[in-house]
Write a protein that binds this ligand. Sequence first.
Ligand SMILES: [Zn+2]
Length: 230
Amino acid sequence: MAAVAPPATFPRLAPLGLVSPGVCPAGDEVWASLLSSNALFATAGECPPADGVSVAHRASLVVGQSPSAVVVTCADSRLSPELLFARGLGELFVIRSAGNTSADDSTVASVEFAVKNLGSPLVVVLGHSSCGAVAAAVATAADPKAMAEQPPTLAAFVKSVLVAPVVAVKQKRGGVTGDDFMAACEVENVATSVRTLLTSSGWLAKARVAGTVKVVGAMYDLATGLVSEC
Ligand SMILES: [Zn+2]
């Protein structure tokens, strides 16, 4: 299947520039397969194959799992990695939180577990359009009291984790406004999460350089249903 062009609303990320990625053919193959399935999901509504959720398949997974990819993504109900990549039980190792961050140890440890012990050759940090967590960060960056009515843990999380990418976009792309600014913040939030993951886990960074795992940042467009690498 032909490569899917990234949505115009998602400015491409600057190179991460942390480590030189190694060549990971297994990760490349899985990523190409996921994007191909996503294109069918977006255009034809393809769902996970029936045998991927069958009673027999479920029974076969009792003894273990070998997911082909790890997906770190947002908790937003409008996206589900298994649906948008048309994958069944046991195929994706999914870690979700508001704003698809890698800021806490449980996320980093979960990624390490899947790559080391389950053999996943691909880690995808997946952000999305119209992300409420990023919108909260944009509001907080403009007005520190914007989250004053919210529960304190939520407000503190937005302030301590999610505002930094917004500030970075303001510094790098000062003239961008409106929807373009929001899209740039969503992409920068993914980039920040990838960087955090690789700086928090020296083990994962080494595995990436060694070519045993591929790490990519990507965006999901709610309107088109398409995932694009960023
Ligand atoms: Zn979100």
